[in-house]
Design a protein around this ligand. Structure first.
Ligand SMILES: Nc1nc2c(ncn2[C@@H]2O[C@H](COP(=O)(O)OP(=O)(O)O)[C@@H](O)[C@H]2O)c(=O)[nH]1
Ligand SMILES: [Mg+2]
Length: 271
């Protein structure tokens, strides 16, 4: 959480939306991979971004409608983000099966590595017991630069981060290391700030003054070993029907930086 992230006004929102129109990339599309435990709010985050960009409710990535249970997203799905005029933004989100503590549950680390390298095609259904092999129809032996991941975003829920299984954290760390080897930039989006602090639940503008949120950001940083200024606290749209500029600005601030990280990386890699 950087010190520049101080206010949540409507003019900030318009300014960031303008910035997004100017994201410059040598590639046709930037690919953002969302990684996290089941129920962290990955699908909700994708939906929320689309809602903010469209300025209205959107039905895109399916959310889990009940808490807990096994990972709802079992396949790999690419979500294009649409502009108001119908065109698409030059970036996509990649939503995959969640991480689970259990060895026999959730996505395998080998599969996530393959996703980072652009080797798994859209629609592939993960098998928690066996990773993909080169013989699979959905295995891409020669990925295009657009199919590789350009930013890894870990999604962590603020309300339950302290109780998260060490096994899931360990898996996330291993994947972060793999991404670091590939020089892929990384960020954390910390969801569910409304559930972590009552003050923030009542008034989202209090987010930068909340001790509880500060504490949770620190826990995220310690657990994953990522610096405080790459952690973005957000509240996802999950039950609201109307848009709220305060919700929008937090999501846009995270999105702007993520896209800048991704485009810097892609522009550097593909000269
Ligand atoms: N209160 C609150 N609930 C959220 C937030 N983000 C997600 N949720 C809820 O958390 C649950 C899991 O979200 P989902 O996006 O399906 O998680 P995924 O498994 O990571 O894709 C759903 O019931 C959402 O409504 C948030 O920021 N605040
Ligand atoms: Mg999901």
């Amino acid at each position: 959480m950087s010190s520049s992230q101080q206010s949540l006004t409507k003019s900030d929102k318009e300014e960031i939306l303008k910035d997004l129109d100017n994201v410059w990339t040598k590639l046709e599309t930037l690919r953002i991979l969302l990684l996290g435990p089941t129920g962290a709010g990955k699908s909700c985050f994708i939906n929320s971004v689309q809602r903010v960009l469209l300025g209205r409710n959107a039905i895109g990535a399916l959310e889990h409608t009940t808490q807990g249970g096994a990972s709802f997203t079992r396949s790999i799905r690419t979500h294009q983000m649409k502009k108001r005029g119908g065109e698409c933004f030059p970036f996509v989100f990649c939503d995959i099966m969640g991480l689970e503590p259990d060895e026999a549950g959730g996505i395998k680390i080998e599969d996530i590595t393959a996703v980072l390298e652009g080797r798994i095609m859209d629609g592939f259904t993960f098998n928690p017991l066996v990773p993909i092999t080169a013989e699979n129809q959905k295995y891409n032996t020669n990925p295009h630069p657009c199919e590789k991941v350009h930013c890894l975003v870990s999604i962590l829920p603020a309300d339950s981060i302290s109780r998260m299984s060490d096994k899931v954290i360990d898996k996330m760390k291993v994947i972060r290391q793999k991404a670091s080897h590939l020089n892929i930039p990384q960020a954390i989006v910390m969801t569910k700030v409304d559930l972590a602090c009552e003050l923030v639940n009542k008034d989202l503008t209090k987010i930068y003054h909340s001790k509880k949120i500060k504490e949770k950001v620190q826990v995220c940083s310690n657990k994953l070993g990522i610096s405080l200024n790459s952690i973005y606290p957000v509240k996802n749209y999950h039950e609201e029907i109307t848009q709220d500029p305060k919700v929008d600005v937090l999501i846009l601030m995270a999105l702007r930086d993520i896209l800048n990280f991704a485009s810097d990386y892609a522009n550097d890699q593909y000269k």
